[in-house]
Design a protein around this ligand. Structure first.
Ligand code: FAD
Length: 422
């Protein structure tokens, strides 16, 4: 059902997709508030030292660029073919976008969304959504200095991402024995090994867990560290994947993303080189973790052909992330039993027969609808545990969503914004 302006839209999360959704809504005249737990593009900042695979042409919208140009800040804008680090993306596009007149007064940073609901209907009331939209959403917020408040909105777009909400390290996705007792000692994500995190890893033995591009990024960075600190060692474990060899990363034929190809090639080469600091064990998984002490590090029991125990100074886990679904647990959202993303998005992704995230078609406007009226999950969070999300797919989602909200199938502000850039 169409929701006309000037309805209030709450965008949860000022990541790349939250900002893009907000500017689209502002161009259409909606009353928008963006709520961000940290600073603008907080998650991008956390992995900011890493180079994006996709060029800038795929990492901005024509509408966002037009808003920045209208502000007179076009000098910041990168060229289409530039491959940026996360920090550069944030500084040269995402921050200027957030500082435009259209968005700057609508941002509420250092404010975490704790929960969402409707004032007088419970989750179990009015199943299927009919009539629930007669009341606006109420959103419970907490600022970084602990002050709580409630805001109201007719439409909520959840773009809070998944980064920073990692899966468990243990075999089968469960916590390994002892993991819950020492989880805060395990490092997740992508520490910057060339600067702040160097001291934690230089000359140390690190266990890297995971078979994706983040693990590959860490393994390659650790190997580079070993050139200056030759004692640096890596044990890299990857779980059993169909057809896997001693090369954990798939090499995509004629890969259009040269940075992705370079990374996969470099990580795989480290696994087979006898001169490298990397020992690749596969199929292997973590059975138990015991944090001994700062000087002795961890004792880790592995299931690797036979049971084995290793000692290491650090554990760097790149085992994927999951969405924080607790935010909307009082709403009627049908979640996928495999990905924990919204069911219709997940079903549409499952129907796609592609291994390469570059080849994913837009999922279609109908896939963004939930049983809860006027509640939408976009961006990386809409993919749940599926890590194939790309920024450009998020722009498709935004275009499709506003054609539903405005009930205008032909609505496409991105097409209209192009001439403004020339
Ligand atoms: C290392 C790495 C490299 C990548 N490279 C590429 C690439 O080359 N090309 C590409 O297209 N994609 C790439 N991605 C995927 C990339 O993350 C996304 O394209 C993009 O960042 C997704 O944006 P998002 O807004 O959906 O989520 P996020 O960037 O995760 O933003 C979510 C925002 O919500 C905020 N938030 C979370 N919880 C709350 C809460 N409770 N209350 C308020 N705010 C909250 C977060 O602080 C964050 O600012 C990469 C990802 C990683 C990790």
């Amino acid at each position: 059902m169409a929701v006309d302006t000037p309805a209030r839209i709450a965008v949860l999360g000022a990541g790349p997709i939250g900002l893009e959704a907000a500017i689209y809504a502002r161009f259409l005249g909606y009353d928008v508030t963006i709520i961000e737990r940290g600073e603008v593009a907080e998650n991008v900042q956390r992995w900011g030292h890493v180079c994006l695979f996709s060029p800038f042409s795929m990492n901005h919208s024509s509408l966002g660029a037009a808003a920045i140009v209208a502000q007179g800040s076009q000098n910041a804008l990168p060229k289409d073919e530039e491959l940026l680090t996360g920090h550069q993306w944030r500084e040269r596009y995402l921050l200027p976008l957030s500082e435009t007149d259209l968005l700057s007064d609508h941002l509420c940073t250092n404010t975490r969304v704790l929960s969402l609901g409707r004032p007088h209907v419970l989750k179990a009331d009015l199943p299927g959504g009919k009539g629930r939209d007669l009341q606006p959403f109420q959103i419970l917020l907490q600022t970084s200095n602990g002050v709580q408040s409630v805001m109201a909105a007719e439409i909520v777009i959840d773009t809070t991402g998944v980064y920073g909400n990692p899966n468990w390290v243990g075999r089968g996705g469960m916590p390994a024995v002892g993991e819950t007792l020492c989880r805060d000692r395990i490092q997740f994500g992508l520490p910057d090994l060339s600067t702040v995190a160097r001291k934690d890893f230089a000359g140390k033995h690190t266990l890297v867990v995971g078979a994706g591009y983040s693990a590959a990024t860490n393994v390659v960075a650790l190997s580079e560290l070993s050139e200056s600190f030759p004692e640096t060692r890596v044990t890299w474990i990857t779980r059993k994947v169909e057809g896997q060899t001693n090369a954990p990363l798939p090499l995509i034929e004629n890969d259009q993303l040269s940075e992705r190809h370079r990374l996969a090639h470099a990580a795989n080469a480290l696994c087979v080189s006898s001169a490298s600091c990397v020992t690749h064990l596969f199929p292997a998984s973590v059975l138990a973790v015991d944090y001994v002490s700062e000087s002795a590090g961890f004792r880790v029991a592995l299931d690797c052909h036979v049971k084995a125990e290793i000692e290491c100074d650090q554990i760097l886990a790149n085992v994927g992330n999951r969405p924080d679904t607790s935010l909307f647990q009082e709403l009627q959202v049908h979640q996928c039993y495999a990905t924990e993303g919204p069911m219709k998005v997940a079903a549409s992704l499952l129907a796609q027969d592609t291994q390469d995230c570059l080849n994913q078609p837009a999922i279609g406007a109908h896939s963004l609808l939930n049983p809860e009226p006027n509640f939408y999950v976009l961006g990386a969070k809409s993919y749940g545990r599926n890590s194939n999300f790309l920024f450009s797919l998020g722009l498709d989602q935004i275009r499709e969503l506003f054609s539903v909200i405005g009930d205008r199938t032909d609505l496409d502000l991105y097409a209209g914004a192009k001439p403004l850039l020339s």
